[in-house]
Design a protein around this ligand. Sequence first.
Ligand code: FES
Length: 110
Amino acid sequence: LMAADLNDVWPGGACGGACNCSTCRVEIDVAPAPLLPREDDELDMLDSAAAAISRQADAAGEDGAAVAEVYLADKSRLACQLVLREEDDGLELTLPEDVLNMLEVPLWLR
Ligand code: FES
């Protein structure tokens, strides 16, 4: 994604791929082969982002659990943590509109 120069349409990569921001979250639509599973760091960041977005939604009077669900879904991945192999050629994904930068989330919301 970074090599594709999507800066005008994609705010991902705020932490430079260190698994600290969640701005690179994508939703996998079609995977030609099962992707390598999420490692602990990726799961931890998605959990933290889900918790933060849930609290923000709750504070705004929305259903925080429902909002957080998309972060925890199997198709939710951090692009910077995806290791692509030859058999992943043809992978299709969506760049979500709800980009959360955990580097900017106040500590009390984490
Ligand atoms: S670029 Fe920050 S978590 Fe992927």
